[in-house]
Design a protein around this ligand. Structure first.
Ligand SMILES: C[S@@+](CC[C@H](N)C(=O)[O-])C[C@H]1O[C@@H](n2cnc3c(N)ncnc32)[C@H](O)[C@@H]1O
Length: 177
């Protein structure tokens, strides 16, 4: 199974809380092992850790990372880096390469990313050459490069489990202890 970590750059605590939370939730849903936040926002960590506690799995959030150090260490351990940017090469042209990569760091920005990211990345990848959203960019990329069906993943040790239903809401409360 591919090991994926998401690196979120440029998060502004006063503006980006909701979208960064959604980036993290989307990455978790689609199989990332964790999110590295290159800003200091303990509230995001708290929100996402609360989701993991209730909905399971072992997704982690690392607050206030030094992105250059994280990229350096990731590469030293044999990982590759895919920076999502509307200026990059189009995703359909590199999907196979990304699929073949078993340790992938996916980098998404907020407003603007430091220009050196384009040099540090192994791939600068556009999800279509039009501006849209980091949440959509992460979702489409992770769905297309997944090894298996990403929507059938299980999240162990959940307090709550949804039973898919044609109508209404069915939720199982799993009591632990
Ligand atoms: C709101 S956009 C910022 C766009 C901004 N104009 C810029 O300088 O990149 C925030 C992030 O969403 C992602 N993003 C937006 N559109 C994208 C696209 N078409 N392809 C890939 N990533 C995209 C990128 O990671 C970008 O850093």
């Amino acid at each position: 199974m591919k090991k994926i970590v998401l690196l979120r750059l440029g998060h502004r605590p006063e503006r980006d809380k909701r979208i960064t939370t959604h980036v993290g939730l989307t990455a978790r849903l689609l199989g990332a092992e964790g999110m590295l936040l290159a800003s200091n926002d303990p509230g995001i960590v708290e929100t996402l850790e609360d989701v993991v506690r209730r909905w399971g799995g072992d997704f982690y959030i690392k607050n206030n990372v030094n992105y250059k150090q994280e990229i350096k260490e990731w590469k030293a351990a044999g990982g590759k880096v895919c920076h999502l940017s509307m200026y990059g090469v189009n995703l359909p042209d590199v999907t196979d390469e990304l699929k073949n990569c078993d340790r992938l760091m996916i980098v998404v920005g907020a407003e603007k990313v430091p220009p050196e990211i384009y040099q540090l990345a192994d791939w600068n990848v556009a999800v279509g050459s039009q501006p849209h959203s980091e949440v959509a960019a992460v979702a489409i990329t992770m769905d297309r490069i997944a090894d298996d069906e990403p929507l059938e993943r299980e999240f162990p040790n959940a307090e709550l489990t949804i039973v898919p239903a044609e109508r209404g809401k069915q939720v199982i409360e799993n009591f632990r202890g």
